[in-house]
Design a protein around this ligand. Structure first.
Ligand SMILES: [Zn+2]
Length: 159
């Protein structure tokens, strides 16, 4: 029997599992302006989308790295929905939206920019802002800077 000497395997095994996932990096950072994380809950994060569809575009993100909704247990699912409500309440306080788009893009054909880590988009809407929902994740010019949005929402969100 041949023995395989493969030290690089150990290196591979010891490397951070999801070192290229920016949502995992955000989860690790916790509440942090540079990572745009507003709140870290028991099982999820509330953060600003770095490439917002409109100003105030938030995301609620399970702490666990998975792209599969069925992987989340009941406590994680409940916390996600509470996170959505918390995000929506903060947006109501800061910018009085007249409606919201709340949802997930699962899989590339559905427009997911990041397939491997679930996230729920919470997008504030106003009458007359646009006539239709463009694919979430499209880069647009937003009049308000992300850091300014962060500060306003951070001050308004219940922790
Ligand atoms: Zn991740």
């Amino acid at each position: 029997m041949e023995r395989l000497w493969a030290p690089w395997r150990m290196e591979y095994m010891m490397a951070p599992q999801h070192d290229s996932c920016f949502l995992c990096e955000a989860a690790e950072a916790g509440v942090d302006r540079n990572h745009l994380v507003l709140v870290k809950r028991e099982f999820c994060l509330i953060m600003l989308n770095r490439y917002p569809y409109v100003g105030g575009h938030l995301m609620v993100v399970p702490l666990r790295h998975t792209g599969e909704l069925d992987d989340l247990d009941d406590a994680e699912q409940l916390d996600l929905l509470h996170g959505v409500r918390q995000a929506r309440a903060a947006l109501r306080r800061t910018s009085a939206p007249e409606g919201f788009n709340i949802g997930m893009n699962i899989g590339k054909p559905a427009g997911a920019g990041l397939e491997n880590h679930l996230h729920i988009h919470v997008v504030p809407r106003w009458n007359g802002d646009t006539n239709f929902m463009q694919p979430v994740g499209e880069l647009r010019i937003i009049s308000e800077g992300l850091k300014e949005s962060y500060d306003r929402l951070r001050a308004a969100i219940d922790c």
